[in-house]
Design a protein around this ligand. Sequence first.
Ligand code: ADP
Length: 552
Amino acid sequence: MRHEIDSLQAAAKKRAAKLVSANNDLEQFAFKEEQTILLIEDNPGDSRFIEEMLKEITSFNYKLIIAETLKDGCKQIKKYKFILILLDLNLRDSTGKQTFDTVIKFSEKIPVVLVSGLNDVELSISLIKQGAQDYILKQDLNSNLLGKTIQYALIRKKAEEELKASEKHAHESDRLKSAFLANMSHEIRTPMNGILGFAELLKEPGLTGERQQEYIRIIEKSGARMLNIINDIVDISKIETGFVTANFRDVNINGKIEFVYKFFKPEIEGKGIQLFFKNGLPNENAILHTDEEKLYAILINLVKNAAKYTDSGLIEIGYKLVNKDILMPLIEFYVKDSGIGIPKDRQNAIFERFIQADISDSKAYQGAGLGLSISKAYVEMLGGTIWVKSEIDKGSTFYFTIPYYTGSNMEIVENQGLPGKVEKKHENNLCMLIVDDDDVSRSFLELITKRYSKNTLFAKNGREAVELVRNTVDLDLILMDIKMPVMNGYEATQQIRQFNKDVTIIGQSAYALDGDREKSLEAGCNDYITKPIGTVQLHDLIHKHFREQTPC
Ligand code: ADP
């Protein structure tokens, strides 16, 4: 036994010597502000000795509180905010492990360094496993060793706390991910149920025309809902992977606000809610140099939420100029509703990914909890901030700012891709080529473009398309899928442009990654459309490129 104690003491001495000779400068960790250390020690001689040594450590700006009993020590722990406790284990009112257990119970987050007598070495070592930061032998005490032991204890404790915090964070993320997956599964299955279920019902013989229309409307609504979820997931992944960039150009914000107002008016007023808009600047000053699509996405998302979480009353959209007199004026947009409101303690969290105001009630309203985090990312990309003021049952107002850059000219807005054909053809008489490797997509495109087509050709990949274009005179319009086997749409377009600069090519892709549009235009497309292709969108594009009556 004696031998064991000797070797433990020897090891402790060696460790202390190593610590003292460690090549680091205590000044490096010097405290700027006064810090309070608690010494629990019942021997006044030892206390004084330790106090003197601490005074010698010039890098410390400390205050020492001394407690002579465990009871007094615990009282002091409650009273002060200590950065460290120096603890003698053998006190008048408690000894050994019991002393430590009591102190640690009171001071969970404060590092404890044991100041041990020779006989306590073994116990001290075992207590390190139970949460003590370190121990120091009374007989070895000198100011350098004490200083370094304290500093290392503080550093270790800080590292431990950081580790605990990151574990907690990881745990929280896991919980959120599971909640997200469960919610996502619900969000996808619900519209899927609608689509598959009502498609099945449509097959029933003898359905009235009215019933058919009703089922089709449900299928459409479910499809749109599913597409919303998928778009949100794609958007958030694009943001996370750094795929999203802002494309700045001059935007008339009055036009944007009015557009959003008109877009939502039927839906919101249909619910019996009044919708207002307020433009804060006259048209000539309402030009903002920003990313039009992102601004639009943010507004749409906020108004969509306002409509979703409001049952009666009003919704108002608007903006005003703030910070007028300082160097960087801002446009402060707002979307105000008189809806259900958001609890105070959730008002920051809702801007985080996958979070709904009340996660336990996530199924009450549809939504994946992604919209606001996408909006936040967009607002920040545009140089602004987003926040909410809300009161339960009274309503919410979402605000976001965008720097009021002006001065560039409006022509940029119009400058999208190659100009369409100068000489526009009549849109009801077109020679068309539909290039798509997917049978369903080809049939769909054929159906929705029938009214424009005099003659429609088909190709299943880029190479077939290039050959067909080479052998067809007077082709007016090509709907070019981008992702195809054998030869993709970019390459096919580039090859076609080498011998045919006139045909209008509209790129179409399901990927919707930022840059696809630019890449298509660079390859030689006149325009670009994302799948699923909305009939109205495609019709708008065809109107844009073909008007005059010049049959082919
Ligand atoms: P979600 O798809 O769930 O609507 P969002 O990220 O858009 O996702 O919103 C996150 C959460 O914030 C919502 O689930 C909802 O609880 C709350 N929220 C957002 N807008 C409003 C609003 N106008 N009124 C009340 N609660 C809102």
